[in-house]
Ligand binder design. Structure first.
Ligand SMILES: Cc1cc2nc3c(=O)[nH]c(=O)nc-3n(C[C@H](O)[C@H](O)[C@H](O)COP(=O)(O)OP(=O)(O)OC[C@H]3O[C@@H](n4cnc5c(N)ncnc54)[C@H](O)[C@@H]3O)c2cc1C
Length: 154
């Protein structure tokens, strides 16, 4: 398959770039190693709860994220920052306090940060996205760059 450009990785950066190219009507392909978009952003929904298991907060000093949230008409809320922070240690024992910051002043996203990725994905034609497609090597060829896959395909 020929493409110009090829986006390697469908995390927030790759998904955003893909959405911008799609908006410009430019041809492109996005190759993502995992079977889903989002990269480190992952939200688990379980028993009515929504849990961000990777990135969770964003801050007033992140205007690009703020713009994405606004453009996608998503709803943010303040990170709860009162009381002790609790976590489970490596032995499975709950720990209280320990002086860790509780991210006061940061924001959360209703429905989890995956909402950002879902919003970007909705702007990208699925035909441009190749999931479960890890690029193993790039090689310079006479007329461009070849991206290689583990199964010998390119
Ligand atoms: C536990 C944790 C908590 C965090 N908390 C916050 C937070 O609260 N707030 C905040 O702002 N940031 C936080 N971060 C940082 C934030 O996650 C990253 O800055 C952001 O997600 C990076 O996005 P990205 O698209 O650049 O990279 P990634 O999300 O890493 O995406 C890269 C993508 O490329 C794919 N890929 C890699 N190599 C290949 C290949 N060869 N072929 C095909 N695909 C490939 C990967 O599978 C992945 O999907 C946190 C990170 C972690 C790990």
């Amino acid at each position: 398959m020929q493409t110009d450009p090829l986006i390697i990785g469908g995390g927030l950066a790759g998904a955003y770039l893909a959405s911008r190219l799609a908006a410009l009507g430019q041809d492109f392909l996005l190759a993502e190693a995992r079977p889903r978009l989002g990269g480190r952003i992952a939200t688990v929904r379980q028993e009515g709860g929504t849990y961000d298991i990777g990135p969770t907060q964003f801050w007033p000093g992140q205007p690009r994220i703020a713009k994405l949230v606004k453009d996608q008409r998503l709803t943010r809320f303040d990170q709860y920052a009162h009381g002790d922070l609790m976590y489970e240690n490596e032995h499975g024992k709950p720990q209280r306090g320990q002086g860790f910051a509780s991210m006061e002043g940061s924001y959360r996203l209703e429905g989890g940060l995956t909402q950002l990725i879902d919003g970007l994905a909705a702007k990208i034609d699925a035909g441009h996205v190749h999931l479960s497609t890890p690029i193993t090597t790039l090689s310079q060829t006479g007329d461009g760059i070849t991206a290689n896959l583990p199964n010998g395909l390119s």
